[in-house]
Design a protein around this ligand. Structure first.
Ligand code: S3P
Length: 171
């Protein structure tokens, strides 16, 4: 583990399909840290899927839960944490991350994201509209905020293992 982490957790941020969960899992294994996935923890806490949370209670409630779950996870032991694509858009969550963690933005190009989200139906924001249009809109809105992450890694179209190595080099 790099000394300068000083016990802080590592948080992966970026758009849907950026590979936050796949890279996070590998990164945790290679650093010998526990891995957590914020979306999975929200589902555990809520007792239902994120898609169900969106339809039953709306995005607003989901975001409140997401903020609480991330605050709790980062208040505990050092971990590698994959977050949902919208988590970093919340100012309070960003402040928590700035205090308790090192944030890494997995920056990917649109075709890469599209290929990775294709055919998956568990993401409420991608259901209904053309995924290319949704992701393009989210890129415009979110990239300037993701850019506030401590570290930016350009992912290209590489395998998860190759990208994990890139992240380790950046640390
Ligand atoms: C969202 C991303 C999803 C999930 C929810 C909302 C977003 O996570 O949290 O569907 O706002 O970008 P992934 O980025 O892991 O798909």
């Amino acid at each position: 583990l790099p000394d300068w982490l000083d016990g802080r957790s590592i948080v992966l941020v970026g758009l849907m399909g950026a590979g936050k969960t796949s890279i996070g899992r590998r990164l945790a294994a290679r650093l010998g840290l526990p891995f957590r996935d914020a979306d999975a923890e929200i589902e555990l806490a809520a007792g239902c899927t994120i898609a169900e949370l969106f339809t039953r209670f709306g995005e607003r409630e989901f975001r409140d839960g997401e903020r609480r779950v991330i605050r709790r996870l980062l208040a505990g032991d050092q971990i590698v944490l994959a977050t949902g694509g919208g988590a970093f858009m919340d100012a309070e969550t960003r402040a928590t991350m700035r205090r308790d963690a090192v944030s890494i933005w997995l920056r990917c190009r649109l075709p890469t994201l599209l290929r990775r989200v294709a055919g998956r139906t568990h993401r409420p924001l991608l259901n209904g509209d053309d995924p290319a249009q949704v992701l393009e809109r989210l890129m415009v809105a979110r990239h300037p905020i993701y850019a506030e992450a401590d570290i930016i890694v350009d992912c290209g179209d590489d395998s998860p293992d190759a990208t994990t190595t890139q992240v380790l080099d950046a640390l």
